[in-house]
Design a protein. Structure first.
Lengths: 558, 248
């Protein structure tokens, strides 16, 4: 039964070919494509069922194949395949009517099917050549999906940003694959993982440790695919493609970085410093993405930066060793971001008739930005804000793993939960409400439900994806730093959080109307210009084109 | 093999400035069957000469070949005439054959040369077809081919992608083989080169197929012609998959 995985890419591929060859009406195109997408989804559901029931990991190589083209059936591939097939099916169904009046209907569905096939091959690839082929193809197919309207120069211009960033990310993966092949003489992923487990300290060029170099290259590939800082500019600007493509991109394709790091977990477990860099890049991206999201006045760009922030958080989770949590995060993010994009049109349509926003406390606070006139004692609220989230978080984590305090990664993530919970409660302090204590109680209850759900589900993911307890502990250990340094950092960050929130409450209590100073204004200008990164890249591009032109003129175009 | 012989080979597996020879010849020849023959035969002559050497080419030649390939890849970005574009890409791609000749068993070299040449042959055919219709094959002049000539555009897109080593075209596997035979510095050169090819391909396609479509008066490729091109592309990909150049 688990050989069904070989059928996964075949069904959407067959659909794409059938559409090109035989489907001559829009109805037929839609029927063929939807049938294939449904069948693929059913197949993935069966495969995940098999995996959950304990079917062992297996590698399938096509008959007569010499290694390339092999697919792996394991918990990670079966779970990711279901997610991809699910999102793909939703996007297919949505597109049937959404694209009805667009040109190139058949081309769109054929490309969508090819993209589904490429994504499924990527998550199930059992050798480096297959992975590289799928990884490359995704960038190319996305370029043409984003440029569905062949009349639009701007769609292609921004699609090109995506293509070239993806290609920048493809190349480190090629280099990593080549180094691994040179070291072990095989393209097979399980073969490579076994070999590196036997000799984790093997060296590559210049006496550098192979595991660290390869892990760094794979991280670079993941950064480009998941729009990490400095490789992010394509994401907020590629909004000219059709909405279903935006949904597919933000819900599925952009998450590939998290998947890639998980696929190579067996290499990351033998590294140290690389995971720290991954954490720093993820953290920087999460912060910058969130800041840029808040400063944009274009809703679509704001959504793009929101995805960038989420991707930063996902990569950061990998950096602290919480690999399976990153998978859970990418699925959760995919579902809610896909919903946002696909429902955007309906919401805009309805808002034109009636904004539908209830004139209640939330409206006066969020939309009218009118804070409450009467408030609870600030010191009491500050104490609740600081104490309640941390108690809830610690209890939730303790429920799933009593020794979670031994895992540095879990403690780091605890801090993020703490700050988020505190932010939530701080909002209630500023909000108008007839019954503030009821509001606080409801918010604490919601927070507890979310934290419990998040902790439980992520624990289930952890056990499912990495059943070997020793391996799970090894990933956390690889991401760890010296204990004395860690304890010192925990102390400093805790103090900053406590003092910061106390100061925030005190300042809020005694706030007057202040004009922003020149520093804030300059900072705002910097944010609104998106750190001038796009301008910098544009200038670099123009310079290279100018050099190319001058060379051709000097050499008489031969 | 003497250095002089290497320099002679450098005319056929282009090393700058000897590469100018091929480029002048290709752009001056207006007879398209001759152009196709040049694309197919030129690198094979170089390989035949190279086969007489008992030892792999020295490192200085590899560095020279890589520099040549990078130079022509960079120049590809600003090239707007399809014939010149094909010649530059051929020059850059054939330079990589020096790297592939490094392998202990370089028996598949002719195949690698073919994998690089065949998509360019098809592109030259498409270019000839454009010249017949419009009097010239330049980007940015008659934008929007996709609107008026969808079949032709689809074939053009796939051919250009195959030419710049996009998987599953066999040239992709040749590129991988080149990486396997390269030193770290040459690997970085290869990575830069591949990036430039992608950029140049995107510029070429955007200049030809994207736009409002001012060429509706011109006839599209006939279905039978499109089938022939499709069959040729499928055969190319199938052959590449069957003979991946010693990767597996």
């Amino acid at each position: 039964m688990d050989q069904l995985i070989l059928l996964l890419p075949v069904v959407p591929l067959a659909s794409a070919f059938l559409i090109v060859l035989a489907a001559n009406t829009r109805t037929r195109v839609a029927r063929v494509s939807i049938t294939a997408a449904s069948l693929t989804f059913l197949l993935t559901a069966v495969l995940l069922g098999l995996s959950l029931s304990g079917a062992p990991t297996q590698v399938f190589t096509p008959v007569g194949g010499a290694g390339a083209g092999s697919l792996i059936f394991d918990p990670l591939s079966s779970l990711m395949a279901l997610v991809i097939a699910g999102i793909s099916l939703i996007v297919h169904v949505y597109s049937v009517r959404y694209m009805a009046e667009e040109q190139g209907y058949a081309r769109f569905f054929a490309l969508l099917d090819l993209m589904t096939a490429a994504l499924l091959v990527m998550v199930a690839a059992a050798d480096l050549v297959t992975l590289l082929v799928a990884w490359h193809l995704i960038g190319v197919l996305l370029y043409f999906l984003l440029g569905q309207d062949t009349r639009s120069q701007s769609a292609y211009r921004y699609g090109f940003w995506t293509l070239i960033t993806y290609r920048i990310g493809d190349l480190p993966l090629v280099l990593a694959a080549v180094l691994l092949y040179q070291a072990f003489g095989t393209w097979s992923l399980p073969g490579i993982f076994e070999a590196i487990a036997r000799d984790p300290h093997i060296q590559t060029y210049f006496g550098l440790p192979l595991a660290e170099v390869v892990a760094a290259l794979i991280a670079l590939a993941a950064f480009a695919r998941s729009a990490q800082f400095l490789l992010h500019t394509w994401l907020p600007y590629t909004m000219e493609g059709p909405t279903p493509v935006s949904a597919l991109m933000h819900a599925g394709i952009v998450n590939a970085g998290g998947f890639l790091i998980n696929r190579f977990a067996a290499i990351y477990v033998h590294t140290g410093g690389v995971l720290h860099w991954i954490f720093i890049v993820g953290l920087l991206t999460a912060v910058i993405g969130s800041v840029l999201m808040l400063t944009q006045n274009d809703v679509k760009k704001s959504l793009g930066y929101s995805t960038m922030g989420q991707m930063g958080f996902m990569i950061m989770e990998c950096g602290v060793g919480a690999f399976s949590l990153a998978i859970y995060h990418l699925i959760a993010h995919g579902v809610f971001k896909g919903t946002l994009f696909l429902s955007a049109g309906t919401v805009i349509g309805e808002a034109r008739q009636n904004d539908g926003v209830p004139k209640d406390d939330l409206y006066t606070f969020v939309v009218q930005r009118r804070p409450a006139r009467s408030r609870q004692p600030w010191l009491l609220m500050a104490a609740i804000t600081l104490a309640v989230p941390i108690v809830v978080l610690v209890l939730a984590h303790w429920l799933v793993a009593e020794d979670f305090f031994q895992k540095q990664g879990a403690v780091v993530l605890l801090f993020f939960g703490w700050v988020t919970g505190a932010q939530l409660l701080f909002s209630t302090y500023r909000m108008q409400s007839e019954n503030p204590w009821r509001l606080i109680a409801l918010i604490i209850f919601s927070f507890t439900v979310v934290v419990l759900g998040y902790t439980m589900i992520s624990h289930v993911f952890d056990v499912f994806l990495y059943p070997d307890e020793h391996f799970r502990a090894s990933i956390y250990a690889a991401a760890g730093i010296d204990l004395r340094w860690f304890d010192t950092l925990v102390g400093i960050v805790s103090a900053v959080i406590v003092v910061g929130w106390l100061r925030a409450y005190y300042a809020e209590r005694n706030a007057g109307v202040k004009r922003p100073g020149p520093v804030w204004l300059n900072l705002y200008a910097l944010f609104s210009r998106e750190f001038y990164i796009v301008d910098l890249y544009s200038r670099l591009t123009r310079s290279l084109l100018s050099i190319s032109q001058r060379l051709n003129v000097w050499l008489r175009w031969v | 093999m003497s250095n002089l012989t290497y320099l002679l080979v450098g005319f056929f597996l282009p090393l700058f400035p000897f590469s100018i020879g091929f480029n002048v010849l290709f752009t001056r020849v207006n007879h398209w069957p001759l152009r196709l023959a040049l694309l197919l035969v030129w690198p094979q002559i170089g390989l035949a000469l190279l086969a007489r050497a008992d030892v792999p080419p020295p490192h200085w030649i590899l560095t020279w070949a890589m520099a040549t390939a990078l130079l022509y890849s960079l120049r590809l970005l600003a090239m707007r005439e399809l014939g010149g574009w094909i010649a530059f890409l051929a020059t850059a791609a054939w330079g990589l054959l020096w790297l592939l000749a490094q392998a202990p068993a370089a028996g598949g070299l002719s195949l690698h040369a073919l994998w690089f040449s065949l998509p360019l042959v098809m592109l030259a055919l498409l270019g000839a077809s454009l010249e017949r219709r419009f009097g010239g094959a330049y980007t940015g002049i008659y934008q929007g081919l996709a609107q008026g000539m969808p079949r032709f555009s689809a074939i053009l897109v796939v051919t250009v992608l195959a030419a710049v080593a996009t998987p599953p075209a066999p040239s992709f596997f040749s590129m991988l083989s080149a990486f396997l035979n390269a030193t770290p510095m040459l690997m970085l050169g290869l990575a830069a080169l591949w990036l430039l090819w992608t950029w140049a391909a995107a510029r070429l396609l955007q200049g030809l197929i994207v736009g409002p479509g001012n060429c509706r008066s011109q006839a599209d490729l006939k279905p039978s012609g499109a089938w022939v091109y499709t069959a040729a592309l499928v055969a190319l990909i199938a052959l590449g998959a069957a003979l991946p150049g010693g990767l597996a």
